[in-house]
Design a protein around this ligand. Structure first.
Ligand code: PRP
Length: 179
């Protein structure tokens, strides 16, 4: 385990097993229909890479980058698109891929924005959900795990851009971010 962590919350095996299950669910639901996976950079980049390889339906991949105004640890709900999609999504089956649903403010904005482009369907898959934290209700079709409201890092999740490359997810020691 990385020395900056208090404990591991999800092991690499648990994460990969769950992604295999979600991939099977998505493949069953979309069948032979083409699905456009849209990952929200940067945290979801690891998840989308593993998830896409577990889906047997035809898959296309696109990326968006957004930035929240205000302090980086608290979503303000005011979101700016830094990088928009390359693809047009009108009439497409769109599945937004997120690493973590926290307050829900980022997804609320994104879903409203994407819905205005008239996709055929618009769904969300998130690896992690902090259930108690959601300020706005977001309906996620696929959720990997519920996690406690602690400072989790790894598998795409960062603190000051570090720890994204850990293959597992763990709780950061408080002295790392409060010191
Ligand atoms: C994280 C995460 C979601 C958002 C969730 O991104 O990837 O996009 O926060 O928070 P919310 O539900 O409270 O809106 P972050 O802004 O940390 O960017 P990153 O993916 O580049 O680390």
């Amino acid at each position: 385990m990385h020395p900056d962590l208090d404990r591991i919350v999800l092991t690499e095996q648990q994460i990969q097993d769950r992604i295999t299950e979600i991939g099977a669910d998505i493949s069953r639901d979309y069948g032979d229909e083409s699905v456009l996976l849209i990952a929200v950079l940067r945290g979801a980049s690891l998840f989308i890479a593993d998830l896409a390889r577990r889906i047997t339906s035809p898959v296309e991949i696109d990326f968006m980058a957004v930035s929240s105004y205000g302090s980086s640890r608290q979503s303000s709900g005011v979101v700016r698109i830094i990088k928009d999609l390359e693809e047009l999504i009108e009439g497409r089956h769109v599945l937004v891929v997120e690493d973590i649903l926290d307050t829900g403010l980022t997804l609320k904005y994104l879903l409203k924005n994407l819905a205005s482009r008239k996709p055929a369907t618009l769904e969300v898959v998130t690896l992690l959900s902090k259930e108690d934290k959601q300020r706005v209700p977001i309906s996620c079709r696929y959720v990997g795990f519920s996690v406690p409201d602690e400072f989790v890092v790894g598998y795409g999740l960062d603190y000051a851009e570090r720890y994204r490359n850990l293959p597992y997810i763990g709780v950061l020691k408080p002295e790392i971010y409060s010191g």
